[in-house]
Design a protein around this ligand. Structure first.
Ligand code: DGJ
Length: 725
């Protein structure tokens, strides 16, 4: 619900449990008054304190800059006195950077407009508000768009910047949203890591000054994540306040938390202004990415479940939200580059007997690629390896009753490739310096449309040549030397954003041209696991590290925001190829249950004992697949916090079924069993666990007794089903 109280000049955006309130001052400044538990009245302008000196530039014109420095600006602008972190900066034709955005008009309407060229949440059942802010001196109009999703307690926000003058200007910063909070928050939650250990949760204190998490890698990266939350000190899994923002964008971002001189907190998120500028000609418009924002007073768990519901109902490709995904086997860790058609068919033969449903041919099938130093860009089949061609291989795999999937890395070009020989100018590079290599490859210049068309054409040819039912779209280096030989000097700051837009355009074309292909994104594991990519692909490879113990932390951080069904999870070989850890086969499978589930090992080479466990593992996955894909996720214990064990559960929406996963990482001697307080059950229902009856309220208050398991790295999967099933 969106309400505008014209007398009080107050906007109130209500979800089922929250209110977000903005007010317009007499001068036309737009301020953030309140965000929190739902309130019933618009009579809250008093909280903006426009009667406190120097809060009234209309009455105290001598104090205008002081006002700007204190005002809780809804979309803070740079250069005119707001000395805190701002959201927008424009350099005009005279080279000046200073804005003063004043309210001009607004519009309230049902549902929402699709963002031009960018992924954004779908608007079914929602209501939107556009507020037009204007700076007549610069000739800029800024449209702030809010869409309210009542049931999910989510508000999305985006911004369009328009040049309504006749002269070009340069946008040097345009973030997606900002919150000015004056409430009991004291902590920051953000996600960090590295290759093979992405998205570990970090909780830190808000101090005076600024905290920034960001990426300059041309993608979100393994290291940081386009998400920021601020929370109350007492906020835990089940209660306490949390304000969260998740950016629907797959490039450079910045997210900051700033405590100002009065102890108030400003938090903002958007495209990183470092290495960004955008020339906007008169009459043109620039679209800023969308942010998904929410407030929850039911702790981090409440926030998580809101995000999961929201992603499932409004952002993931609808066709795949509830569709069963095939159990796949990927040959990367099985063979790396050393494979041919016969080797793949041998793996497929064995896999099909065990119940695996799809073979994915990973890197190394094209050009003359036998290592990671050649052929990217040469998207034609290497017939020395795949004898008889791709269709022949796919047909052989299909004849075993298995689907076939294929790997691409479309954004890259190897110096050792036909494509580079013919088009060295298609690689991103500075005009006067040799570009740096990473994994012996360059980035293609996607700001050139002919490059995007050429590469897409090659993908299209391959995908049309055989019965391919899955694509893994990889990206294995960050973007340095973000310069295009085809753009003028004053547009070089656009290269990184243009790359992201071209990536979106290609993925849009791919999913439209091949609607039945299951697309899985990937970037050296999980460096581009974000809401933007999830708009096109319902699943993303979560991390190159499939060690189940590392995965406990990677998956905990990933599932803090994203539904379980979006995380690519595989059972891999042991000792783990990345960290050498040896874990039971059973534990590897149990940890992979809460994701898309597949295998990444040579099924012809593992021990007979392990091989014999695969059919039962697949059966277990299939038994819980629907529940895990559609249910509510609750975290019961965190190995990251306690250093000993991890546990989480998923409860069906009707609360009749639940599955609990428990991993004992470290065994302790002479200890009593653990009490696990279950969550999300119906307190009135009776549940059966391992043949014994318990009331829901007993399981949630007294708890379930989890017997110690024998040894390190052990796991158990327990189900609870209500008697009235
Ligand atoms: C990185 C991916 O994360 C791996 O799964 C694999 O596809 C390699 N790239 C192939 O180069």
């Amino acid at each position: 619900m969106v309400i505008f109280d014209g007398d009080k000049k107050v906007f109130k955006l209500d979800t089922d449990n929250t209110s977000y309130v903005l007010g317009i001052t007499d001068e036309g400044y737009l301020g953030n008054i309140y965000y929190g538990k739902k309130i019933s009245s618009t009579d809250v302008m008093y909280a903006m304190r426009t009667n406190e000196a120097p809060f009234t530039p209309a009455k105290l014109p001598g104090g205008k800059v002081d006002f700007m420095d204190r005002f809780p600006s809804e979309y803070p602008f740079s250069g005119t006195g707001d000395f805190r972190n701002t959201c927008i900066s424009i350099r005009d034709s005279a080279g000046q950077e200073g804005l003063e955005l004043l309210y001009k008009s607004h519009n309230i309407y049902a549902e929402k407009r699709k963002l031009d060229g960018m992924p954004s949440a779908r608007g079914e059942g929602s209501m939107s508000l556009d507020i037009v802010m204007s700076d007549e001196a610069v000739g800029a109009e800024v449209v702030l768009t809010y869409t309210v999703y009542e049931e999910c307690d989510v508000i999305t926000r985006s911004v369009a910047v328009k040049n309504v003058s006749e002269k070009a200007f340069y946008i040097t910063k345009a973030l997606s949203a900002c919150l000015n909070l004056e409430t009991d928050i004291s902590d920051i939650l953000s996600l960090h890591g590295s290759w093979a250990r992405e998205r570990h949760i970090q909780r830190s204190k808000i101090n005076y000054g600024s905290y920034v998490t960001e990426s300059l890698r041309g993608e979100p990266g393994h290291q940081d994540h386009p998400f920021i939350a601020v929370l109350s000190e007492d906020c835990n899994e089940n209660h306490g306040s949390i304000y969260a923002m998740n950016l629907v964008y797959s490039g450079n971002f910045t997210a900051s938390v700033q405590k100002d001189q009065f102890g108030r907190v400003r938090t903002s998120i958007g495209i990183n202004p470092d290495r960004f500028s955008w020339k906007l000609e008169g009459g043109e418009e620039f679209q800023v990415p969308e942010v998904i924002m929410q407030y929850s007073y039911t702790g981090t768990g409440g926030m998580t479940r809101n995000f999961h519901d929201f992603f499932r109902s409004h952002l993931l490709p609808p066709k795949w939200v509830e569709a069963e995904r095939p159990v796949l086997i990927n040959n990367w860790e099985a063979t790396y580059f050393d494979f041919d058609d016969d080797k793949l068919v041998q793996i497929a033969e064995e896999a099909s007997k065990l119940g695996i449903e799809m073979l994915v041919m990973d890197d190394g099938w094209f050009g003359h690629r036998n290592a990671d130093n050649s052929s990217l860009g040469d998207w034609y089949v290497n017939e020395e390896k795949i004898k008889g061609g791709l269709k022949n291989l796919v047909d052989r795999v299909n004849s075993l009753g298995m689907k076939f999937g294929i790997w691409f890395e479309p954004e890259m070009i190897s110096p050792d490739s036909e494509l580079y020989k013919n088009h060295p100018e298609w690689a991103l590079s500075f005009a006067d310096r040799e570009a740096g290599l990473c994994r012996t490859q360059y980035m293609l210049d996607f700001s050139r449309h002919e490059v995007v068309d050429y590469i897409y054409g090659k993908l299209h040819e391959i995908l049309s040549s055989a019965n391919i039912e899955y694509v893994k779209w990889d990206m294995n280096r960050p973007i340095a030397e973000a310069a295009s030989l085809s753009l003028p000097a004053d547009r070089q700051g656009e290269v990184l954003h243009r790359h992201v837009l071209a990536l979106y355009e290609m993925q849009e074309r791919l999913v439209n041209d091949f609607p039945d292909i299951l697309l899985e994104n990937c970037s050296g594991g999980g460096a581009r696991f974000d809401a933007g990519m999830l708009y096109y692909s319902p699943q993303i490879w979560c991390s190159d590290n499939a060690d189940p113990i590392e995965r406990l932390m990677v998956q905990e951080g990933t599932h803090l925001i994203y539904p379980l069904s979006t995380t690519g999870t595989h059972v891999a070989d042991c000792p783990n190829h990345i960290n050498g850890r040896v874990t039971p086969f059973n534990t590897r499978a149990d940890v992979a249950l809460t994701g898309t589930f597949g295998y990444e090992l040579d099924v012809t080479k593992i021990s007979g004992e392990e091989r014999s466990q695969i059919p039962a593992q697949i059966e277990k996955y299939k038994k819980y697949r629907k529940l895990i894909q559609t249910g509510d996720y609750y975290r019961l214990a965190s190995f990251r916090e306690n250093g000993r064990h991890d546990s989480y559960m998923v409860v069906s929406k009707d609360k009749k079924h639940a599955v609990i996963i428990y991993v004992q990482v470290v065994t302790d001697s002479n200890v009593i069993s653990k009490k696990l307080k279950l969550c999300g059950l119906d307190s009135e229902k009776i549940y059966i666990i391992e043949g014994k009856e318990y009331a829901g309220n007993v399981l949630m208050n007294v708890g379930y007794i989890m017997k110690p398991l024998k040894g390190d790295f052990q796991s158990a999967v327990i189900e609870a089903n209500s008697l009235d099933d």
